[in-house]
Ligand binder design. Structure first.
Ligand SMILES: [Cu+2]
Length: 203
């Protein structure tokens, strides 16, 4: 094996090891009235990013919203909707009645708060104590994370005075880990470069 080829293999091995080492997962969604069940005609829109750090055991919840018809009364994440054809709604998974310090009585706003995933208070008691989670914060964390990975099971919902059941919502889904993919591409690129070098070299 040439030195370059060994280096390329090392790069590939490193990139293969990184996804297991990266314990941060990011989920996003866009929220709207038509995404509610039942759908409504609210002109409001919103976006949310949820960042779970499985080393620090934190969940950062960021959101922004505007154009709501009613004034905000609550916001949280619902989980987990049942399989079709059941109604695509679920109970609240996160702290009740609303996210800590979420802007209330407004039609637009921004939100940024970091929760402790190991704290029982991060979850609604119903979610924490349901049959699947059995009062375990680890189970509750894993259930919520798995639902967001699935992309169609957990939704961010903003309730208002005009739409008590929710004016805008959106299902949280994963985004690729930015710190992993460029490194993986770099590792694969190294392998390709080493292979090309070997091809042009005289036998
Ligand atoms: Cu709700």
């Amino acid at each position: 094996m040439t030195h370059r080829f060994r280096m390329a293999l090392l790069g590939l091995a490193l990139s293969a090891a990184l996804p297991a080492a990266a314990h941060i997962e990011v989920f996003t969604t866009s929220m709207s009235g038509p995404a509610e069940f039942p759908a409504n005609t609210s002109p409001g829109t919103g976006a949310s990013t949820v960042t779970m750090d499985f080393d620090a055991l934190t969940m950062r919840v960021q959101a922004s919203f505007s154009g709501l018809q009613g004034n905000t009364i609550a916001a949280h994440i619902h989980c987990c909707v049942p399989p079709p054809p059941a109604n695509p709604t679920a109970g609240v998974a996160t702290i009740l009645p609303s996210f800590t310090n979420f802007p209330l009585a407004v039609q637009l706003g921004d939100y940024d708060f970091t929760y402790d995933l190991a704290a029982a208070s991060t979850y609604s008691s119903g979610f924490l104590n349901n049959a699947q989670n059995g009062g375990s914060v680890a189970n509750a964390m894993n259930t919520l994370a798995a639902a967001m990975r699935a992309g169609n099971l957990a939704y961010f919902n903003i309730h208002t005075t005009s739409f008590n059941g929710g004016e805008i919502r959106g299902f949280l889904a994963p985004v690729p880990e930015p710190q992993t993919y460029p490194l993986m591409a770099a590792g694969l690129g190294l392998v390709g470069w080493a292979a090309a070098r070997r091809r042009v070299r005289p036998a």
